[in-house]
Design a protein around this ligand. Structure first.
Ligand SMILES: [Zn+2]
Length: 463
């Protein structure tokens, strides 16, 4: 099949942009890409899809997602919360009361939203057993998206669990959490023709976890070439904890406990400096920059421009819908760019081109699949999206990268192709039942709020 008559942002090593371009897809792969005239002459017998002069680019990769928290979107925007109040008063009771059916409903909504806004691959950070890992993995398989599913591992004393009012259903012993992760790894890693990976989703280093758990999971992960993802160096408390353990910084704690490496993704990663970045570069560790939630929460910006300059692989993630409200990577390209420019007080601190690298090729590297996706090149998997440019807010196009990063939204994605298969066309997702997913989430949201006894009071009177 040929996708023709498009402007193509290849994101190949030369970052070539092809005007009046075409892509030839056979099976799961791209077999040729180039100027339309040459391609159609070379492949005269293949069927063609006319892209109407629209923009094709690699599918976006979201490296920090909480599938189960999509059901909580907008739940904590009614007042200012301290972190523990936010967790114990709102988040824990709701997440703890979720059934596997609720977990599946929230995850389906999240995947649907990601597909509809051009995300073709993602890393989930903290799935627990009670969200129903099995049902979620099956849904991922049929949806057609690419995913690294981080299954939670933790080592929290039950006394601490009770003190912080974590719902018992969210808690697993260290042994059980590790055993269940490995069971899921054996069952699902490499499934769906390699679209699904299973990772360790480690709970944050801090007083809630015994530090030697990280030594154990690092060893197990290395034996299997398995990924690890973790919220890391996000709050001042994370820094204080590393110091209390005798380390200069959270990054040095991570280095000592074996967490750093080419299969590790550190989310948020706000509190760090040049000495830390040397360790990330040396070990090939990736950062997931979460500009949407970092802008919302009070812990400050990540030093993205400086990390990139130091050679760190920085990718991008939307985080949870309860901390960023939309899983829209196209929107967050702009948030990343603006936040960095404001923080550095420098318009050159981040270009649209750099923002797009975070969300494509750098994200592919984070998932350990940069040889397969993240750019459009012959031999790579056909994972790409088409942006409909025929809209007032996207015309005229002087610079297609700037149009995408600074003017477009996820709702401008018209078509999604993953593994050579058309997953969305004309904004209709062909692998999921959108109407049923939306009806289900409305019903489950009401039921869950009642069961958990959580009520929110809006600032304005509700009649
Ligand atoms: Zn998160």
């Amino acid at each position: 099949m040929i996708f023709e008559n498009a402007t193509i942002l290849t994101m190949n090593p030369k970052r070539e942009i092809i005007e009046r371009g075409a892509i030839v897809v056979e099976g799961k792969k791209i077999v040729a890409i180039g100027k339309q005239d040459e391609i159609t002459t070379k492949y005269p017998h293949l069927s063609r899809i006319n892209c109407n002069g629209n923009l094709i680019l690699p599918g976006l990769i979201d490296t920090h997602v909480h599938l189960a928290q999509c059901i909580l979107r907008g739940l904590t925007d009614d007042k200012k919360f301290e972190l523990m109040e936010w967790l114990t008063g709102r988040i824990f009771p709701l997440l703890g009361n979720m059934t596997p059916e609720d977990g599946l409903a929230s995850s389906s909504l999240c995947v649907l939203e990601m597909l509809k806004s051009g995300t073709t691959g993602f890393i989930e950070v903290l799935l627990t057993e009670h969200y129903g890992f099995e049902g979620i993995a099956q849904m991922i398989e049929t949806s057609g998206i690419r995913a690294a599913l981080g299954k939670v591992v933790m080592d929290m004393d039950p006394a601490i669990r009770d003190e912080i009012k974590m719902h018992p259903k969210m808690w697993e012993t260290r042994q059980v959490s590790i055993e269940n992760t490995l069971k899921m790894y054996d069952r699902w890693n490499g499934a769906a023709d390699g679209r699904i990976q299973v990772w360790f989703g480690a709970r944050t280093a801090g007083e809630w976890n015994r530090p030697d758990m990280y030594d154990e999971i690092s060893k197990l992960a290395k034996e299997r070439n398995m990924g690890i993802t973790i919220h890391f160096a996000e709050t001042p408390g994370d820094v204080a904890y590393a110091k209390s353990q005798g380390f200069r910084s959270p990054t040095e704690f991570a280095m000592a406990h074996g967490i750093l490496g080419p299969r590790t993704v550190l989310a948020h990663y706000i509190h760090s400096d040049a000495e830390d970045w040397k360790l990330l570069v040396q070990t090939g560790t990736t950062v997931s920059h979460n500009p949407g939630s970092n802008q919302r929460e009070p812990w400050g910006p990540a030093l993205v421009a400086r990390m990139l300059k130091a050679g760190v692989n920085v990718s991008m993630g939307c985080d949870a819908a309860v901390a960023n409200n939309a899983m829209d990577m196209v929107r967050d390209l702009r948030v990343a760019l603006h936040a960095t420019r404001v923080f550095e007080k420098d318009q050159a601190a981040m270009s649209p081109e750099t923002a797009l690298e975070l969300a494509t090729i750098n994200g592919a590297k984070a998932m350990g699949i940069e040889d397969q996706v993240g750019s459009l090149e012959p031999g790579k998997k056909a994972d790409f999206i088409i942006i409909d440019l025929d809209k007032p807010h996207l015309q005229p196009v002087w610079n297609p990268v700037a149009t995408l990063v600074l003017s477009a939204l996820g709702s401008d994605v018209d078509t999604v192709v993953i593994d050579g298969k058309i997953i969305m066309q004309g904004r209709k997702v062909l692998t999921m039942d959108e109407e049923a997913i939306l009806a289900n989430i409305r019903e489950r949201k009401a039921r869950l709020a009642e069961k958990a006894g959580v009520k929110i009071r809006l600032q304005w009177p509700v009649l």
